[in-house]
Design a protein around this ligand. Structure first.
Ligand code: TRP
Ligand code: SF4
Length: 322
């Protein structure tokens, strides 16, 4: 039997090349080996969101990007977390077997509490319990994650073990499957590419926007003049060439070190490479209608609900509620 993958992503709107290289590309590949369930976690978004007016448009942009990136709704379940409300029931039930001490120790909780001291809400503490509910509601055994989510997965396994010990073996222990791609830095060359920092290139950007964004990227800071030799290993433009111009990469490194290519030309090559790679994606995206995207999400929620209802029934029986 195929293993089952579950992954959730917050509705951050249009996805960027860091999202693609770090996660979406891997989601697409996993479809070959696993039964995959991919979820836009709108309830999780509420733990840190102050402005809710963009949730719906963020979901819409995200599902368009997922579909254009070839997450395949015939093979995989693509849905929005709140459309299957059983996850909130399971969250409450799992919270009864989750010691508060475990949650207060989670590094991401401490970090978020530091970042929003005015809004250390109950949902924020329970964030990993809701994440566990996401995964185990569908009895997923495999969770593709980045490094930053390992502590949540460890906690999910502890909650599952505790639940299974107390009430009988209901849930598989979910295993983290670390994404092999390195972290993708943004155009500033310093921080991880992220929408909130504005150092990103959207997958759905136009070629002209992409050219302008790449032109604004920071390069080797030691290369102040065109005649200075450069250091490709400290230049994020070069790192991006690894992804988008793998054939020319060695030549670019050599020319950079010899000051035989200028940064402007080097960036032009990069934006050409990115635009070439993203052209099919951009064409597919432009062809997807809102009504089709809406149907995909409705169908995904319907299929997810079937599994969710069975699990809730089983959990309630085991916990003495039926
Ligand atoms: N916590 C994850 C993040 O911030 C999102 C998420 C929610 C998730 N539920 C999940 C990831 C279930 C994997 C599995 O990126
Ligand atoms: Fe970076 Fe290219 Fe400039 Fe070298 S030539 S420093 S790799 S942008």
């Amino acid at each position: 039997m195929k293993g089952r993958v579950f992954s959730g992503a917050r509705p951050t709107g249009r996805q960027h090349i860091g999202n693609y290289l770090g996660a979406i590309q891997n989601y697409v590949k996993l479809q070959e080996e696993y039964e995959c369930i991919y979820c836009i976690v709108d309830i999780h978004a509420l733990t840190t969101l102050e402005d809710v007016s963009e949730i719906q448009s963020n979901i819409r942009e995200m599902i368009l990007d997922w579909l254009a990136a070839e997450l395949d709704p015939r093979r995989s379940i693509l849905f929005v977390q709140s459309h299957v409300p059983q996850v909130m029931e399971l969250h409450t039930l799992l919270s009864m077997v989750t010691p508060l001490g475990w949650l207060l120790r989670v590094p991401t909780f401490k970090e978020k509490a530091r970042m929003q001291p005015h809004n250390v809400n109950y949902g924020l503490v329970g964030y990993p319990v809701l994440q566990t509910a996401d995964i185990v509601l569908y009895k997923a055994d495999t969770v593709p994650v980045g490094e930053d989510q390992l502590s949540h997965l460890e906690l999910a396994r502890e909650i599952v073990r505790r639940f299974n010990n107390l009430f009988g073996p209901v849930f598989p222990e979910p295993q983290a499957r670390l994404t092999t791609y390195p972290l993708v830095l943004g155009l500033d060359g310093v921080a991880k590419m992220s929408k909130s920092l504005g150092n990103h290139i959207e997958l759905a950007a136009t070629p002209q926007e992409t050219d302008a964004q790449v032109m604004s990227a920071f390069t080797d800071p030691a290369r102040r003049y065109r005649s200075d030799p450069g250091h490709p290993d400290v230049c994020n433009v070069y790192t991006l060439h690894n992804f988008y111009n793998p054939d020319q990469r060695d030549l670019i490194a050599e020319q950079c070190r010899a000051a035989a290519i200028g940064c402007v030309d080097c960036k032009k090559l990069l934006s050409q490479g990115i635009n070439r790679a993203l052209e099919p994606f951009r064409e597919r995206r432009a062809a997807i209608t809102d009504s089709y995207a809406g149907e995909v999400l409705a169908d995904g929620a319907a299929r997810a609900s079937v599994i969710a209802k069975e699990t809730i029934q089983e959990v309630k029986e085991k916990m003495g509620l039926l």
